[in-house]
Write a protein that binds this ligand. Structure first.
Ligand code: GLY
Ligand code: MN
Ligand code: MN
Length: 485
């Protein structure tokens, strides 16, 4: 990236242009400014087809409108976040904005304006750069630096939503009368413009609604979740193929290998990949990924590709790095596998969300008693939660655009709720014996196993979207052998 430019006559610039800091070129002559203003082709795109989810986003906006009649609703995509100086983290639009528009443009804002019949939706975006006033090459957001944007007309065609210039939005929100709610936490400028018009309680109701609305996935979303799982399965295969290279380097090789698949086939990873070899597998969110990969140890790989539409998989496999589980590894693995089977069987419409957790915990508690690590009866163990020293976490969560999806939903709509067709959740029991746990025999210590799949609730039961990756121990070994050649 080259250094930045500043015009010689900044006072003549239009006020909305954010100028790049000048370090290399101290001035721009009038001749150069005039030269840069002309000689450019018209590249407007015509008759663009709507994005694939445009019909679904319209339905989602209609449901939102019906829930908050007569109120102005403001849903920002969010802004770029500084990484250092003038470089930024890669942008990921807010889930709420992307869910309701299908758009992922930084600084975008969806506004639902109340009307007699419901709401009128407008998406506010930064339009294409102006060539005449130098904006396109002198502004920090100029297209010459950051790439071509859609014109507002193009955006309207793609999204199926009228589009306006976002630079007009803050002032118009400040001036607008009437009740308003906003999704917080993404755009400080919009929040400042609304500061004396919104309340935390009312905004929270909007956030909760948008979290609960996402619990049941529509046909587009289910297709995207399947794509995410399929890409993730290919990423796991990539990792198995390079385990020897990881052994020669570190867990980072695994992280990088999976990331390549995520970036080529999707938008990104949906969360920091957990590439936990050996005793690191007992750390639930091991994302440092800087440890050694040793034959004879297990690799717990918890990773998910996020699609370009921002739906993520969340899959875990615990693999023998050598290709064969040892006796103690297999004993623990089989217990987790049985617990997962019991959990998956409990996922069905009309069942309680908690059922799959209870079913998995029951199996794990039974094994821990059977192995002599806990004193029975099993009912007492479960009642007191004693198995949790080694099971540690809940057995799953909703999955969608966020890896821990629907996180703002009310307890009665989620953890204490009932499963419905179209919900997608993870089933991910585990057993974790810390390396310094003196209460278990030494051969258990440093072994962590989790198996995680993405389960769609269907009309008559469930479908495992990540089933293409083997789970049963013999099948895992056969699969690994086939990939390693
Ligand atoms: N990858 C985080 C989780 O499984 O919830
Ligand atoms: Mn996971
Ligand atoms: Mn998970």
């Amino acid at each position: 990236m080259a250094e930045e430019l500043t015009p010689s006559t900044p006072e003549e610039e239009e006020p909305q242009i954010k100028q790049r800091k000048n370090t290399l070129y101290p001035s721009v002559s009038d001749e150069l400014a005039e030269n840069m203003a002309g000689g450019w082709a018209d590249t407007e795109l015509h008759d663009l087809q709507p994005i694939a989810q445009a019909g679904h986003t319209a339905d989602r906006r209609a449901a939102l409108s019906a829930r908050f009649p007569g109120e102005r609703l403001v849903i920002p995509a969010g802004n770029l976040k500084t990484r250092s100086n003038d470089t930024e983290y890669s942008f990921r639009a807010s889930t709420e904005y992307a869910y309701l528009t299908g758009d992922q443009t930084e600084d975008g804002v969806l506004v639902l304006e109340p009307t007699a019949a419901g709401h009128r939706a407008t998406v506010y975006l930064l339009p294409r750069s102006n060539r005449e006033n130098g904006e396109f090459w002198l502004s920090g957001q100029g297209e010459l630096w950051v790439g071509r944007r859609h014109s507002l007309t193009e955006a309207e065609q793609l999204l199926g939503i009228p589009a306006k210039d976002v630079r007009e939005l803050a002032d118009s929100l400040r001036e607008a009368a009437g009740p308003v709610r906003a999704v917080r936490g993404h755009d400080a400028g919009i929040e400042a413009a609304l500061a004396d018009k919104v309340t935390a309680e009312r905004d929270e109701e909007l956030r909760v609604y948008l979290s609960e609305a996402r619990a049941v996935k529509d046909a587009f979303e289910i297709g995207e979740l399947q794509k995410a799982c399929d890409s993730t399965a290919r990423g796991f295969e990539d990792v198995v193929r390079v385990l020897d290279k990881a052994e020669a380097t570190s867990e980072r090789y695994i992280e990088g290998t999976f990331f390549l698949r995520a970036r080529v086939e999707g938008n990104d990873v949906g969360y920091g990949s957990i590439c936990a070899a050996g005793p690191h597998a007992t750390t639930l969110h091991w994302v440092r990924n800087d440890g050694p990969v040793r034959s004879g140890d297990l690799l717990l790989l918890d990773a998910g590709v996020e699609t370009t539409s921002l739906y993520t998989a969340d899959v875990t496999r615990t693999l023998p790095i050598s290709g064969r589980y040892t006796e103690i590894q297999r004993k623990i693995y089989d217990a987790v596998y049985d617990a997962q089977e019991a959990g998956i069987a409990a996922v069905k419409p009309g069942g309680k969300f908690r059922d799959f957790h209870d079913a998995s915990q029951q199996v794990l508690a039974e094994r821990l008693v059977e192995w002599g690590l806990l004193e029975g009866p099993v009912e007492r163990v479960i009642e007191l939660g004693l198995q949790r020293r080694w099971t540690l976490h809940g057995t799953g969560h909703m999955l969608g655009m966020d890896v821990h999806d629907c996180a703002a939903a009310r307890v009665e709509a989620y953890v204490d709720g009932t499963l419905e067709p179209g919900m997608c959740l993870t089933v991910e029991p585990g057993l974790y014996f810390q390396a310094d746990d003196l209460t278990v025999p030494v051969e258990y210590r440093g072994i962590g196993v989790r198996i995680e799949d993405d389960i769609l609730v269907t009309e008559d039961g469930n479908r495992n979207l990540s089933a293409s990756l083997p789970r049963q121990a013999d099948e895992v070994e056969t699969w690994m052998a086939s990939l390693k050649g």
